[in-house]
Design a protein around this ligand. Structure first.
Ligand code: GMT
Length: 366
């Protein structure tokens, strides 16, 4: 399993997948430049981590990670007799996997996650080499129909791409007992947003929406969970709008399942999102969600049934939907139950892992 070790969605998903596969008896080797965040301090049977060493040399302004990673994949493959390499996020992992295959014949599968297709993948500085390494892959998967379409059209790929959804452990991301909404109808809601604070998340729209919301629902609170490039700017905006009493910024947290259980509504108002993992985590926790009608979000959230969708960059509409859910505990409960049901049916470990196993079987059988 080749991935970024950080708290970004692709790294989290890859780690989750590796851990679940190891529990099912597969031998899993993670290859990355650091121990993946989600398995720090935890030992799992059948699971090991190999760190890519990147030599420093005065000549290098940019150490060639792609080459070091390819060497590590090839060495691990030879030493442990890997059946296949699964890389998460195409850039630059698919190129390293291609090089490793040239050396050792080990087949590779690439999972597209988002900006590896929609932003970076099409950048002229990557495009020709990226596309070659994808065309030569033994299998391609995408986390949503939307992302598959994007990969086919923007990268001009002519290969089959299987859709395998993102998933959660529904026992870890589980609802509060009883559902928080029950018996709390008079209370104002806790709204939550979880992300890596990148500009694409448009957290400023949510803060702006809160400026409108607090005028009608004085006690309502927003918890902003996560860290990233936008954090300082958002902190300033919260102060500027005088929202300190209503908006709590927690920074990076490891107890997201507990935070979700203490919340009533999750908002994800990105400009684009291939398959927002935080939506699935919140829905699994029995929360109704408010999301933007972009990318793969409508494939996860059914407007009016499991959540409410709005156009991107529309704080007024966001505010309207938050107020609607805030004032209607029955609606929150109904949508939260539907959301949980949707996750159990489509986005739970036992639904999605066999789909990956099937992709692996097809490749190994060849
Ligand atoms: O594509 C990115 O910007 C980064 C990537 C990540 O590593 O966090 O996020 C993407 O992959 C996640 C896991 O599949 C998805 O939940 C996110 O929707 C997706 N981000 C975008 O499409 C912007």
């Amino acid at each position: 399993m080749v991935c970024y070790p950080t708290v970004g969605g692709s790294g989290i998903l890859a780690t989750r997948l590796g851990v679940e596969l190891s529990k099912r008896g597969h031998e899993i080797h993670f290859i990355s430049y650091e121990r993946p965040f989600a398995i720090q301090g935890v030992d799992h049977e059948n699971l090991s981590v190999h760190l890519v060493s990147i030599p420093e040399y005065p000549l290098f302004k940019y150490p060639p990670y792609t080459v070091s990673l390819a060497s590590e994949i090839a060495q691990v493959s030879q030493k442990y007799g890997l059946d296949l390499v699964h890389v998460h996020y195409a850039i630059p992992h698919s190129v390293s996997a291609f090089l490793a295959k040239m050396l050792t014949d080990v087949p590779y599968i690439v999972t597209f996650h988002g900006s590896d297709v929609t932003i970076l993948g099409r950048d002229p500085s990557f495009l020709p080499v990226n596309v070659m390494s994808l065309e030569k892959a033994d299998g391609l998967t995408a986390v949503s129909k939307y992302l598959r379409e994007q990969a086919l059209t923007t990268l001009g790929l002519e290969k089959d791409i299987s859709i395998v959804s993102n998933f959660v452990d529904a026992n870890v991301f589980s609802p509060a007992e009883p559902f928080r909404t029950q018996g709390y109808s008079a209370r104002q809601c806790v709204v939550i947003h979880v992300s890596n604070f990148r500009p694409i998340k448009r957290i400023e729209d949510l803060v702006e929406a809160m400026r409108i919301v607090v005028k009608r629902a004085v006690g309502i609170r927003l918890i902003l969970v996560g860290d990233g490039p936008e954090r300082q700017r958002i902190e300033l905006l919260v102060k500027e709008l005088g929202l300190q009493k209503n908006v709590l910024m927690t920074g990076f947290r490891t107890d997201v399942p507990e935070l979700l259980r203490c919340s009533d509504i999750l908002v994800l108002c990105s400009d684009n999102e291939s398959a927002g993992l935080s939506l699935i985590e919140a829905m699994s926790s029995g929360l109704p969600v408010v999301g933007t009608r972009v990318g793969g979000i409508p494939e996860i959230v059914e407007d009016g049934k499991t959540g409410l969708l709005v156009p991107p960059r529309s704080p007024e509409e966001l505010a309207d939907r938050i107020l609607k859910l805030n004032s209607d505990s029955e609606l929150r409960l109904k949508m939260g139950l539907e959301a949980r049901r949707t996750v159990l049916e489509r986005f739970a470990v036992d639904k999605v892992i066999p789909e990956y196993e099937e992709v692996y079987r097809q490749v190994v059988r060849r």
